[in-house]
Design a binder for this molecule. Structure first.
Ligand SMILES: *Cc1c(COP(=O)(O)O)cnc(C)c1O
Ligand SMILES: [Zn+2]
Length: 367
């Protein structure tokens, strides 16, 4: 049986529908050994994130995912342009709900369905809520999504379409999370949080597995936008599993991108701190990464340091230009995702360095 363990104090817990945080306040991880990767078995599964299901924390005989999947994953890895042959974009907006969050949501909701939960609650700046709402609908599990009253109307419309109850709140991202957590406690239901629930990372780690297959190895460097770090940590865990299985020789360097107006992790990194202090969000066009107090800050900082990575922060005036430049190359991303390309442009790469930039959300999601 799978278990949770606290990342702060090590206390272990059974996985139940209502457990989402340690008594000490620490975030929970899964207790598990590095999976023994059987590359030959991947071909036994559909062309989706579920190719790697044997590496995920599910019982071997569990087939619940077959009822939940919408074909998420296996997104294209494309050369950015002919002038830069070692730079690729991974087109993760080609997903059922048009963002990479489907990787995590599909796995998290599969676990929720396996646990037989009666209702889920999540809070989000938009895309995670959309993904959870879609997969909750697919699972026929009622779902409440807590959002800011300033969330992009197109993301709100997407969530509504899936039949989720929308709780729009006037407040900071942290206040919205607190409202959702209070409701989770009061209603005694499942917290389908992309931040707190470690199953989400069992999904986002497939980002690494796919790149490994597409490049037939590891890249030198991953550019990754970071708010709560769900893609960054997933990529890190995935490549670590590949490395521990001897399938790659080196861990890719993680280059983490934040918006300068809301950059608690970049600041902590520069100050040499182990975890991030909350900052005041000064307002950014990059709504999807405006996280002032990321709950997994310690793990994110550790991952970036462990791979000899770095943080780059992006000023507001750099964001829209980057979006335009990407559109001119054919890739139409939501405004938040333009910071990824802006970060790449600031990153000083070596001549033959293989770099991957994720295109995390589709252009039609934002203004
Ligand atoms: C969620 C999201 C991010 C940031 O992911 P975190 O898990 O918060 O680090 C970046 N871009 C887009 C489009 C997103 O939806
Ligand atoms: Zn604890």
């Amino acid at each position: 049986m799978e278990q949770y363990s606290c990342s702060e104090c090590g206390t272990k817990y059974e996985i139940t529908p209502t457990k989402w945080r340690c008594e000490c306040g620490g975030v929970l991880d899964l207790v598990k050994d590095t999976p023994a990767i059987d590359v030959a078995a991947w071909g036994n599964y559909p062309h989706s994130i579920w190719r790697y299901v044997e590496t995920m924390a599910f019982a071997k005989e569990s087939k619940m995912w077959e009822q939940v999947t919408m074909g998420e994953g296996q997104t294209p890895l494309i050369r950015l342009d002919a002038q830069e042959p070692h730079t690729y974009v991974k087109v993760d907006y080609m997903m059922p709900t048009l963002s990479f969050k489907d990787r995590g949501a599909a796995v998290l909701m599969t676990k929720a369905k396996e646990l037989g939960v009666s209702k889920v609650i999540a809070d989000s700046s938009g895309n995670a809520g959309t993904a959870i709402a879609a997969y909750a609908a697919r699972c026929r599990i009622p779902c409440d999504i807590y959002l800011s009253d300033e969330t992009s109307p197109k993301k709100v419309a997407q969530i509504k379409a899936h039949g989720a109850a929308i709780k729009q709140i006037h407040g900071t991202r942290e206040e919205i999370a607190a409202a959702a957590q209070q409701a989770v406690e009061e209603e005694n239901v499942f917290y389908a949080s992309h931040v707190y629930n470690p199953y989400f990372y069992e999904g986002t780690k497939t980002y690494a597995y796919e790149i490994y297959e597409q490049l037939k190895g590891a890249p030198d460097t991953l550019i990754i936008p970071v708010g709560n770090g769900t893609l960054l940590l997933g990529a890190y865990y995935g490549f670590q599993e590949l490395w521990e299985n001897g399938l790659i020789e080196n861990m890719p360097k993680l280059v983490a991108i934040q918006a300068a107006n809301c950059a608690p992790l970049a600041q902590a990194y520069q100050a040499g701190e182990e975890s991030a202090q909350p900052v005041a969000n000064e307002g950014t066009l990059a709504e999807g990464i405006a996280i002032a107090a990321p709950a997994r800050s310690k793990q994110i900082l550790e991952a970036v340091r462990h791979t000899n990575g770095m943080f780059i922060d992006i000023k507001e005036e750099e964001i829209l230009n980057a979006r335009t430049e990407l559109s001119e190359k054919g890739f139409y991303v939501e405004v938040t995702s333009a910071v990824n390309y802006a970060g790449y442009k600031k990153y000083k790469k070596a001549p033959e360095e293989t770099v991957i930039i994720p295109l995390c959300g589709a252009g039609i999601k934002s203004k």
